[in-house]
Ligand binder design. Structure first.
Ligand SMILES: Nc1ncnc2c1ncn2[C@@H]1O[C@H](COP(=O)(O)OP(=O)(O)OP(=O)(O)O)[C@@H](O)[C@H]1O
Length: 318
């Protein structure tokens, strides 16, 4: 595997007259790596994607994609190796799905046969001869994904790829991400839906107002954030409350609703688990590390959030 970064940003800023959309950001993406790009609306995620695509140029710093500045003329041939799914994808409404995809396939030097295979892969073969104007939101999104996957790109930039997809299509999408990653494709994926993403990314970047608040593997981000581990013992019938040390790990909310979840700093986890295992009434114990959503909230709140973390609901948006 080639170890040179496929994408690198060094000290990159993008300034508009009244606003700095991206502020001194440095990062690298290697072959076969999946990077999650997270941040609230206006954080600078799309700006970063556009800089990598070369459709806008940095005000300061350097962007390199496959060894070249993506906004330079010399980068023309590497553009065919990049796939992009924009946010709010839109197509020529009067063309059929197959016509749209055949058109994009031909732009990349491929033919109708490749378009057909991709249409099948994203599950819209039944609708490929219908005009796009008759497509549902989810079908348009599937067509958008097929368009991004054309030509087996080395680099995929996906802005909100699961918006509008039902749970089965979302699961299929993540299977495709895993498969492409295993084939060596590098992927940057922006999402507001955090649950479900974390198993499929190698590293995450958290952006806020154009600044990079954090970058690393989830393990690194969890460690740096020092978020507590939630330990949920069963069968202790109030024994936790008779032990001053265990009591100190119950959250204030837990005391009110008789919840026995202990929020324990990572370094105390094993000692507390040993103590709990010594209770003969213990019937079960669950251990939950902080989710991506909790890590995200921690960094966005300036890293001052402390105490208990609550489990994030499925499909929650940031
Ligand atoms: N051409 C432009 N001129 C002026 N400001 C711009 C321009 N393009 C983007 N911005 C501003 O830059 C900031 C970052 O925008 P960007 O689209 O990168 O955010 P984002 O993180 O992708 O947000 P969202 O989640 O809403 O898509 C926003 O405040 C946006 O209004």
């Amino acid at each position: 595997m080639n170890n040179a970064p496929l994408v690198s940003l060094s000290g990159v800023s993008k300034c508009y007259p009244k606003l700095t959309a991206l502020d001194n950001v440095s990062m690298e993406l290697r072959q076969g790596e999946v990077l999650g790009l997270f941040g609230h609306n206006g954080a600078g995620k799309t700006t970063m994607m556009k800089l990598i695509l070369g459709v806008i140029s940095p005000s300061r710093g350097q962007v390199q994609v496959m060894g070249m500045a993506p906004d330079s003329k010399a980068a023309w041939h590497s553009r065919a190796k990049v796939g992009y799914l924009p946010e709010n994808v839109s197509f020529y409404e009067h063309l059929t799905g197959l016509e749209v995809l055949t058109y994009f396939a031909r732009l990349k030097g491929l033919d109708k046969k490749d378009a057909l295979a991709l249409i099948e892969q994203v599950g819209i073969t039944h609708a490929m001869k219908r005009q796009v104007k008759t497509y549902s939101k989810g079908m348009r999104q599937r067509l958008g994904l097929a368009q991004a996957f054309i030509g087996a790109p080395k680099l995929l930039l996906l802005d909100e790829p699961t918006v509008g997809l039902d749970p089965i299509a979302t699961a299929e999408f993540y299977q495709t991400v895993d498969r492409l990653k295993n084939q060596g494709t590098s992927i940057i994926l922006c999402s507001h839906v955090l649950p479900g993403v974390e198993q499929h990314i190698d590293r995450a970047i958290i952006l806020s107002s154009g600044k990079m608040l954090a970058m690393g593997t989830l393990e690194q981000l969890r460690r740096d954030a020092n978020l507590p581990v939630a330990i949920k013992p069963d069968g202790l019938n109030g024994a936790v409350r008779q032990d001053a040390k265990l009591m100190s790990y119950l959250s204030a909310q837990g005391e009110e609703d008789n919840n026995q979840t202990l929020y324990v700093p990572e370094q105390d986890k094993l000692a507390i688990l040993r103590q709990l295992l010594a209770y003969e009434h213990l019937t079960d114990v669950k251990v939950e590390t902080a989710s991506l959503e909790q890590v995200y909230q921690h960094y966005l709140s300036g890293g001052h959030q402390s105490g208990g973390h609550q489990s994030g609901g499925k499909g929650k948006h940031i």
